[in-house]
Write a protein that binds this ligand. Structure first.
Ligand SMILES: [Ca+2]
Ligand SMILES: [Ca+2]
Ligand SMILES: [Ca+2]
Ligand SMILES: [Ca+2]
Length: 286
């Protein structure tokens, strides 16, 4: 039951706060406590997260329907759990300096940007749709595009989980997210600025011997035609912009493109409960 009044929330139970179906503009620092599970409901909401650190995830907020925008206050030190919900959302926590945030765009073509910090990684997920995930310079984060044609912009250091036919379906607040790799080159994810500081995990592929490289111009597609769930036929895992096939082979040989059990474990570790309990996720992304 949404609040009947824009920019105003009601607490439904002891743990759930609900704003209105209108376009709310809110600063969660002005509501107390700010760590209730907060639903923004319909409308194009503009949400500034609270900078009050209450332990655990200090902001837990879902934009729900509408094209919603989420930002943090300057130098915010909170851990946050932000879901865009359906439609085109922007979750830009550049102002946050703590990291260890969970940012998931869910359905729609979303823009996800992680906090500016040195070593504590956030999880930046696109959900379904064609999402853009940005890691700012000087930061390191885990980036998961999920289904759709996603673009990874690696100005900092990334730990990418690329989608393949790995036989799993990751649930989110809006239901299942399909993970299959692309059948056509034009539908493949795009990775930009992949360097010696980045790693990419390829779950659902048994070993690096299954990986195929196809250079087109100055860019190289990473492909496979055999997957652990039994899928056969060529699939496009991602396009690495500005990377030659020889350079991509070097990344594979250097252990920066990770397949097999290590990649599957990394994907499976990405649950909110795991992450809340251990922001380092047992070190599977080191
Ligand atoms: Ca909304
Ligand atoms: Ca939304
Ligand atoms: Ca999305
Ligand atoms: Ca996506």
């Amino acid at each position: 039951m949404p609040s009947p009044t824009a920019n105003t929330s009601i607490v439904i139970t002891g743990d759930i706060r609900e704003f209105s179906d209108f376009a709310d503009t809110v600063n969660l620092s002005n509501v107390s406590p700010s760590n209730l599970q907060t639903r923004m409901f319909g409308g194009n909401d503009i949400v500034t997260l609270s900078n009050v650190n209450l332990g655990g995830f200090s902001n837990r907020v879902n934009g729900n329907n509408g094209s919603d925008q989420f930002t943090a206050l300057a130098s915010s030190q909170t851990r946050d759990f932000v879901l865009g919900g359906p439609e085109t959302d922007i979750i830009n926590l550049t102002n946050s300096t703590a990291g260890a945030d969970w940012q998931n765009g869910n359905k729609g073509d979303d823009q996800i940007t992680g906090g500016n910090q040195g070593t504590v990684r956030s999880i930046l997920r696109g959900g379904s749709g064609n999402d853009t995930i940005t890691i700012n310079a000087g930061s390191t984060h885990i980036a998961v595009g999920d289904f759709g044609k996603d673009t990874y912009i690696l100005n900092g250091a990334g730990r990418l989980v690329l989608r393949t036919d790995d036989g799993t379906e990751e649930g989110d607040s809006n239901g299942l997210v399909q993970r299959n790799a692309a059948q056509n080159a034009s539908e493949a994810d795009i990775v930009t600025n992949f360097t010696a500081f980045d790693k990419a995990y390829v779950p659902g592929v048994a070993d690096s011997g299954q990986l195929i490289r196809e250079q087109v111009g100055g860019d190289t597609y990473l492909k496979a035609q055999s997957f652990t769930n039994g899928t056969t036929g060529m699939r496009y895992i991602a396009k690495f912009n500005g990377i030659t096939a020889a350079a991509l082979l070097n990344f594979i040989n250097n252990g920066q493109i990770i397949t097999g059990d290590a990649a599957d474990r990394a994907l499976r570790a990405l649950t909110p409960d795991n992450f809340l309990n251990d922001a380092n996720l047992g070190g599977v992304f080191d």
